[in-house]
Design a protein around this ligand. Structure first.
Ligand code: HEC
Ligand code: HEC
Length: 475
């Protein structure tokens, strides 16, 4: 613990320690709250934690951050709870930095380090601390959990080969995919559950999907029996009441002030319905979708920092410029399967004048407002690094062959055209939860920007990259 003029600051990432950390803030205006929480203290409505870019905060609209909620209870048999992989200090996911601390503190015996899905392989040798470091290397370096799925029986393809750096020896009909836990916050904005949408049942509302998801999470991650309906409802109500956003930026100060309209409280007031701002005007006839005609698409998806354009602070100006770049900087969006990459896709040919918001279209949340899995190339064989397995898939009829590190949505639908497709996730509280993308391959937000610059040939200037980075960090 460090004492500063601003109060007691700890760098602990544990749930029980709540920190609002402010460093060398250019703007010293807003009040600084250094909260602590222990079993004896009253449970608050919100929690703030320091992160590399400043402070993020979670607000709950369902009365209190109740640590007695089954979300925090061990409902299974292996010592895990939802909190094992979804932590408020990491914006409700986990990060390699914090996992490293947990590994060191417990000699790799914390319940997150379980072979059922934490290790590279199910049969990993975990008999010594050195072996455990090897066995959980992907979890420790990328913060990914192993998801094993069976190739659907009716699939249009077979998996005919795997180049597996871990020699896991699983049958080819089972594919191991390594994925980042999605945050269990800001779920009121999502249009599909899980990276590949596998917990989204046709015609069912998201809340019911989340109930099934929670049941499966207890059975699979925690190796338990299905919890009671009361427990499941309590978990999902808790999750749906959480809103998390960056609240302070180290350089630009308070993000939730008068001119800037960001922060968790503003986010909790942000309206949403499925299809709210879809560029293709899709209004699926499903529960939770917007009623009537969708309003026309507004590319200005983020409207948090426009008020800072005329501020004296250069850091604030940069964030305002970054927001405008995200909304309006145009580039050609081409060959994206799911959007305009094949004959069955809704758009033919290149979208010459798209911006980031063609896909990240939900106002002030940034996820895709409709369930529409897309392949932007994250799992492509060309991006494969030696620490990831490479699967070879062959079309059962045409014998066409494709290699990928993760077949994505194709493992749910069995469709060849769904290979490599994932959902467009919520883009809030990013600074607290590197690395990015489903496989954690974007080590930093700068890497994410570089990925897009290369993938779409955007040719961002250095200034544009810096501004966009300042903006993403402030979300
Ligand atoms: C061992 C780690 C682990 C545990 C424990 C765990 N999760 Fe997850 N969670 C994940 C991973 C990994 C994903 C993403 C998997 C994917 O998309 O394929 C995920 C995804 C989710 C999502 C989807 C969010 C979205 O945007 O689609 C929800 C909701 C969720 N988890 C809730 C829970 C709940 C509730 C519990 C406790 C009952 C729980 N999780 C326990 C690792 C975990
Ligand atoms: C063609 C659609 C599309 C466009 C255009 C697009 N994205 Fe994405 N974005 C996605 C999808 C899909 C994912 C998830 C991909 C994955 O993990 O496989 C994603 C993921 C991300 C993530 C990682 C979030 C996380 O939680 O890991 C960030 C950050 C991001 N995008 C920022 C941007 C920025 C900045 C731009 C503009 C330069 C942009 N995106 C343009 C579809 C798009």
């Amino acid at each position: 613990m460090v004492r500063t003029a601003l109060g007691t600051v700890t760098s602990s990432r544990r749930w029980t320690t709540v920190v609002t950390l402010v460093t060398a803030g250019a703007i010293a205006a807003s009040a600084v709250i250094a909260q602590r929480s222990s079993a004896a203290e009253p449970r608050g409505r919100d929690r703030s934690f320091s992160n590399p870019a400043g402070v993020h905060r979670t607000l709950t609209t369902t009365g209190g951050m109740d640590e007695g909620n089954p979300f925090f209870q061990e409902l299974g048999t292996n010592g895990r709870s939802c909190f094992t992989c979804h932590r408020p200090a990491q914006a409700w996911t986990i990060t390699p930095a914090e996992l490293g601390e947990r590994f060191d503190a417990t000699a790799g015996l914390d319940p997150v380090f379980r072979v059922n899905d934490g290790s590279n392989c199910v049969a990993a040798d975990v008999s010594s601390i050195g072996k455990r470091r090897e066995a959980f290397s992907l979890l420790l370096t990328r913060g990914v959990i192993r998801i094993d799925l069976q190739v659907p029986a009716h699939a249009e393809f077979d998996v005919i080969d795997v180049d597996d750096p871990y020699d896991c020896g699983a049958p080819l009909a089972i594919v191991s995919m390594y994925r980042r836990p999605l945050p269990t916050t800001n779920l009121g904005f999502i249009s599909a559950v899980m990276w590949d949408g596998r917990q989204t049942a046709p015609g069912q509302d998201i809340r019911s999907d989340l109930i099934t998801q929670a049941r499966d999470a207890v059975v699979e991650h925690a190796e338990g029996m299905a919890p009671t309906n009361t427990q499941l409802r309590a978990i999902v109500d808790f999750e749906l009441g959480l809103f998390t956003a960056q609240e302070r930026d180290r350089a630009a100060g308070n993000l939730a002030g008068q001119a800037a309209k960001s922060g968790a409280e503003a986010l909790a007031r942000q309206p949403f319905c499925i299809g709210i701002n879809d560029p293709l005007g899709m209004l699926p006839a499903i529960p939770g979708a917007c009623l009537g005609r969708a309003a026309s698409f507004d590319a200005k998806v983020f409207t948090l920092f426009a008020g800072w354009a005329g501020e004296a602070s250069p850091e604030r100006q940069a964030i305002a410029r970054g927001e405008a770049i995200f909304n309006t900087r145009q580039f050609a969006i081409d060959h994206v399967p799911g959007l305009n990459g094949g004959p069955a896709d809704p758009v033919t040919g290149s979208l010459a004048t798209g911006s980031c918001t063609i896909c990240h279209d939900t106002p002030n949340a940034g996820n895709h407002s409709v369930a529409m899995a897309l392949d932007i190339g994250i799992a492509a064989s060309t991006r494969r690094t030696p620490d990831m397995p490479l699967y070879t898939l062959r079309h059962r009829r045409t014998s066409e062959v494709v290699q990928t590190t993760d077949p994505g949505r194709a493992m749910v639908t069995g469709r060849w055209s769904d290979i490599g497709k994932f959902k467009g996730p919520v883009l809030r509280s990013l600074a607290a939860r590197a690395p990015y993308f489903h496989d954690g391959s974007g080590a930093s937000l700068a890497d994410v920007i570089q990925f897009y610059d290369t993938r779409f040939g955007i040719k961002f200037t250095e200034q544009e990259k810096a501004d966009l980075l300042a903006f993403l960090r402030a979300l």
